[in-house]
Each structure stands twice: as structure tokens, then as C-alpha cells.
Design a protein around this ligand. Structure first.
Ligand SMILES: [Zn+2]
Ligand SMILES: [Zn+2]
Length: 395
């Protein structure tokens, strides 16, 4: 790595590895990050020149490192929450909480932001501006980022821009990736309730079977993306959950389903909203049942401001090497509540490679054998620090 921060990053690394593993062993679900945020506050309180603010929404930790008078203000954000998944990594520091694990690398994100705070606070010369560290709750479930933004965290600290990273299993350690402009999808949450009429399983003609209706509805929904959306325009309709009945020989009254609708362009989102509603209602009614459809806004699309994406690319090339920055990435159909920040200030999120160079594959995010790779910690820390320096120096 080619960076003035490298010696300090090496110095703090053992403590940051230990902290990452401590978080991994004690994962907490969205909005329940009590111990995680307490530990982050505790560690930040030891650093010189850092002001830790009172919580904005509960388990958030927002801290400010004031630089040498005036200048711009950059937000660096990490998410802290874990997922309701039973860990199967076999790591010595595996989750001690049954059914909960850090399967999205947020333990790594939190540890790297603490590492960057430690390095920046330890510099002899202050930066020419202000760095705000946002340790955010509830990225996975509940949109902690949206709530924090709604509370005015960016405006109250006069943020000029915001940057974040996400662990990325497809990219090798020591590399980063970023796509300028549209980078990640937006989503709606879909709820469907099919009302038929219950009956004995042996006498289907006396009822209206909502399970059979649901099967037709699920199949019909597949035609929207495949037949009505331009193949060049990314969109997904997934039914992920279906619930009906209690017994093998009873036709139930209702069948409930939930799913996710994803898109990048807002016009496509508008089309999907009305098409899903129409297909579900009319398919159900054709079969004599009734359907209630609810489609709720969830996360907006993630848009990487071109000037910030360029800063990430230039910084990555200078610090990690010319070949260590991937820019030809496809749009991810994943969603990210960092997109709420991007609606208010120019923002960019880059992907941090975590796959060991000698491995072809790496477990996916949200998989029970996923674990953040500690080898990527120094890359993330140095990128956060260099981005802060270069942004505030106006380079
Ligand atoms: Zn996730
Ligand atoms: Zn994540």
C-alpha cells in the first residue's frame, strides 16, 4: 500500500482484528445493537479529539473529528447489525448467540471505521476539515439509515458528502470496485393475501382452494419481468415466503405470501407496482378467489455520485495499485440503506474485495458459512483514511 497512513494502520491492526472478532462473536439484530454500540462508544471515547454525540435514534453512534478550522465535512458510514441466520463457519470466534450471525460483514465494516477513526485521531497534523463517523444500526431490517437521515443527521453536521464500503466476496483481497451512477437496486416489499373458501381436502368442489390460486399467482408473476420489462432494464419479482394451511387433508381459507420487487429506474418501479397488483388480483379473481395486495416502498436505488466515484477510483489506484480498482461492475440487485444518504448529499459506496487471492470462490453474503476476511481490514481502513484526506484537501 502506498499511503502516509500505512505505518499507523499496521500499528492499530492487531486491536482492530481483535475487535472485529469480538463483534463477530456477539452479533446483534437490527435496532438491537446495544452492546455493539456501547463497545464502539467506549473505544471512541479513548481517542483524542473525537466527540461522540448523543444517539439520534437509539443504537446509533455518531462521532465527530474536527479538523483544522473550516473546510468541508465528510461522513464515513459503517453498518453494525447482524442477521437471523445460524452460523456454520466453524470459526473459533463464531457467534455465541443462537440463530444470529454476522453474515453480511458488518462486523468488518464497524471494525474498519473504528480503525480509521483511530488512525485519523492519531495523526500529528489535523485534516483540513471535519470527518463524521456514523456507526449505523439496522441496515438489514428496518432502514436505520433512512431513520438517521430523517432525523437530520447529515444536515445538523453540515455534511458535504458521504462515503461507505461493503465487503464483496467476488473481488480479491487488496482490490476495490465501484460503479459510477446507478449502482444498486431499489425495492418494494410485497404482501399478498389470497382469500378462498376452506373445505375438506377430499371435497375441493365445495370450497375455493387458495393454495392452488397462489400457485397460479406465483407463476403468473414470473411473466411480468420476462414478458413486459425490457430485457436491458434490470428488474426482479421474487415471492420468498408462502404460508397456508395446517393439515394435509384440509383446504384452508387463506394463503399469504410475501416477496420483494426490485428495480433500478423509478419508471420501472412504477410499472412493476401496478403490474404486480393487476396480475395478482385478476389471476385470483379468474379462479374465484379474492386477493389483497400491499406494495410498500422500501429502499431507494443507490446512486454513486460520479465525482465521488472518481475520487474512489483515483484514490484506489494511487494507494492499492493501478490494477486493484474494478470499475466495469454490473449493477447489483441488492439494496442498501446507504441510498438514503445519497438522496440528501453526494455519496458513493465502494465494494471491498475479501476473497483470498488463492481461492476461486468465497461464500456469498447472507450465507451461513460467510465470514468477513480479516486480511481485508487494512485495505478498508487505509481507503477510509485516504478518502477523508483527499476529499478534505480538495483533491
Ligand atoms: Zn446484508
Ligand atoms: Zn450488508
Amino acid at each position: 500500500m502506498n499511503s502516509v497512513f500505512e505505518p499507523l494502520v499496521r500499528e492499530v491492526l492487531p486491536a482492530i482484528v481483535a475487535f472485529r472478532r469480538e463483534l463477530h462473536a456477539r452479533p446483534e439484530l437490527s435496532f438491537q445493537e446495544h452492546e455493539t454500540s456501547r463497545r464502539v462508544r467506549e473505544e471512541l471515547a479513548r481517542l483524542p479529539g473525537i466527540r461522540v454525540l448523543d444517539p439520534f435514534i437509539g443504537t446509533d453512534v455518531v462521532a465527530v473529528l474536527d479538523g483544522a478550522g473550516g473546510g468541508r465535512c465528510l461522513v464515513l458510514r459503517a453498518d453494525m447489525d447482524a442477521l437471523p441466520i445460524t452460523e456454520q463457519t466453524g470459526a473459533v470466534y463464531a457467534s455465541g448467540t443462537p440463530g444470529v450471525m454476522h453474515a453480511c460483514g458488518h462486523d468488518g465494516h464497524t471494525a474498519m471505521l473504528l480503525g480509521a477513526a483511530t488512525v485519523l485521531a492519531g495523526m500529528d497534523r489535523p485534516l483540513p476539515g471535519r470527518v463524521v463517523l456514523v456507526f449505523q444500526p439496522a441496515e438489514e431490517d428496518g432502514g436505520g439509515g433512512g431513520q438517521l437521515c430523517a432525523r437530520g443527521v447529515l444536515e445538523s453536521l453540515k455534511a458535504d458528502a458521504a462515503l461507505a464500503l461493503h465487503a464483496w466476496p467476488n473481488l480479491p483481497v487488496g482490490t476495490i470496485g465501484i460503479r459510477a451512477g446507478e449502482a444498486m437496486a431499489a425495492n418494494f416489499e410485497l404482501g399478498i393475501r389470497i382469500r378462498g373458501r376452506g373445505s375438506h381436502g377430499a371435497y375441493p368442489h365445495r370450497g375455493i382452494d387458495p393454495v392452488v390460486v397462489a400457485a397460479q399467482v406465483i407463476s403468473a408473476l414470473q411473466t411480468i419481468v420476462s414478458r413486459n420489462i425490457d430485457p436491458q432494464d434490470p428488474a426482479v419479482v421474487t415471492v420468498g415466503c408462502i404460508r397456508a394451511g395446517q393439515a394435509s387433508n384440509v383446504i384452508p381459507d387463506t394463503c399469504e405470501m410475501t416477496g420483494t420487487i426490485r428495480f433500478v429506474r423509478s419508471e420501472t418501479g412504477g410499472y412493476l407496482r401496478q403490474a404486480v397488483d393487476r396480475v395478482v388480483r385478476h389471476t385470483a379473481s379468474a379462479l374465484g378467489a379474492e386477493a389483497e395486495v400491499t406494495i410498500r416502498d422500501s429502499y431507494p436505488p443507490m446512486y454513486n455520485a460520479p465525482e465521488l466515484a472518481d475520487l474512489v477510483v483515483q484514490t484506489g489506484r494511487a494507494v492499492l495499485g493501478k490494477d486493484a480498482v474494478f470499475t466495469d461492475l454490473a449493477i447489483s440487485m441488492g439494496v442498501e440503506d446507504f441510498a438514503f444518504y445519497a438522496q440528501r448529499v453526494p455519496a458513493a459506496m465502494f465494494r471491498l474485495g475479501i476473497r483470498p487471492a488463492d481461492r476461486e470462490t468465497y461464500p456469498s453474503l447472507h450465507q451461513s458459512d460467510f465470514d468477513f476476511n480479516d486480511q481485508a481490514l487494512p485495505t478498508g481502513i487505509v481507503m477510509f483514511c485516504e478518502l477523508a484526506r483527499r476529499f478534505l484537501e480538495g483533491r
